[in-house]
Design a protein around this ligand. Structure first.
Ligand code: FAD
Length: 344
């Protein structure tokens, strides 16, 4: 188990708003820890539209989702946030001393004075295979991501999906696995055309196989191990495909997940904030910013989230510095802000 991390501020979500929250807290000399269930920062901008230009960031006429994220990282660098990626926040609970216990799926534990929930549309999780009972094989013979490729070498693999992840892993395992079958529900692929062409060439050479159809059931051996997948083709015929391991890449879908269990006011999968002065939830010390929050007039835009992050930082400061009077200062002219920004 990891040691306990004592923090002033924990930010849940490393989307654009969570990242900018680091900046606004940093100006007030509050250091932040940032947690995200994804392995990369950037939230929807990186997960859903890394190469698409955004045109409504003030004073930035056009930048892609990835560029916005890279620039935010550059902007917050002086504040040296600690990132805890690839882990979902599962537990948030109030302690008797007024602080909060925060815990992640990876076992990282914090005690923090304030929490900023910048969780967007929720944490992105793998879309699961909808075949009754097949979840019994989760992480033994059924996988939604490849952590350790060695686990699949020498095995008979069925890989489901028609996007880049499915194609990339299928191509990767040809020659390393005993056999590779790619299963996709239609002839069209969402993957890079070069990968699709390579896959088809490998099929022509009998190095791998492509099946068009849907997984509709499975069979187990005497020991209860999954040994056949039933695949129903477009013509309605069901075939049995032998396998050792099943890999499914159906993309990611956001889930509100554990946030629903933290005693916060929720309205239509969004966190209600008490006021547009502080963006604090019904639990004092827990703030909600960006797409996850709701209030009269809310617009789910990045620029709204940036504004919310600024006011939430001021709203939270008294929990961290109860005796300090906090003044707003300009980054242009304030010697103090120049010092914290490292631009003296
Ligand atoms: P998100 O970007 O959703 O990030 C939230 C992060 O929190 C995610 O990374 C998630 O994994 C993480 N998370 C959630 N729950 C947990 C948990 N329990 N533990 C750990 N991590 C968690 N907006 C504009 O202003 N202009 C545009 O032009 C524009 N174009 C868009 C185009 C598309 C195709 C889409 C889908 C959206 C667009 N948006 C645009 C909306 C914009 O992307 C969102 O408003 C913005 O991403 C919200 O940022 P956020 O930081 O609040 O949340």
């Amino acid at each position: 188990t990891t040691g306990l991390i004592e923090a002033d501020a924990v930010i849940i979500g490393a989307g654009p708003v969570g990242l900018f929250q680091v900046f606004e807290l940093g100006l007030l000399e509050i250091k932040a820890h940032v947690i995200d269930s994804l392995a990369a920062v950037g939230g929807q901008c990186v997960e859903l539209y890394p190469d698409k230009p955004i045109y409504d960031i003030p004073a930035v006429p056009s930048c892609t989702g990835q560029e916005l994220t890279d620039n935010l990282l550059k902007q917050i660098a002086p504040f040296n946030p600690t990132f805890h990626l690839g882990q979902e926040v599962t537990v948030v609970e109030r302690r008797d001393d007024g602080r909060f216990n925060v815990e992640t799926s990876a076992g990282t534990r914090f005690v923090t004075k304030t929490i900023f929930i910048a969780a967007g549309v929720g944490s992105f999780q793998a879309r699961t295979l909808k075949v009754d009972g097949i979840d019994a094989f989760d992480n033994s013979q059924l996988f939604y991501r490849v952590k350790d490729p060695a686990l699949f070498e020498g095995k008979n693999l069925v890989i489901c999906g028609g996007g880049d992840s499915a194609l990339d892993w299928a191509l990767n395992f040809v020659g390393k696995a005993e056999s590779v079958v790619l299963l996709h529900r239609r002839e069209d692929f969402r993957a890079a055309p070069a990968s699709v062409a390579k896959m088809k060439a490998l099929c022509d050479d009998y190095e791998m196989q492509l099946l068009i159809g849907q997984a509709s059931g499975f069979e187990v051996d005497a020991a209860g191990k999954l040994n056949h997948l039933k695949v129903t083709a477009l013509d309605g015929v069901t075939r049995r495909v032998p396998l050792d391991m099943l890999l499914v890449f159906y993309g990611l879908t956001p889930k509100l997940g554990p946030i629903a269990d933290w005693g916060l006011d929720i309205e239509r999968r969004q966190l209600k904030v008490q006021s547009t002065e502080k963006f604090e939830t019904n639990v004092p010390g827990i703030f909600a910013v960006g797409d996850i929050n709701t209030y009269p007039g809310k617009k789910k835009l990045i620029l709204s989230g940036f504004h919310e992050a600024a006011l939430a930082a001021f709203g939270a400061a008294p929990y961290i510095f109860p005796d300090k009077k906090i003044h707003m200062q300009y980054t242009t002219t304030s010697p103090k802000l120049h010092k914290v920004l490292g631009v003296e």
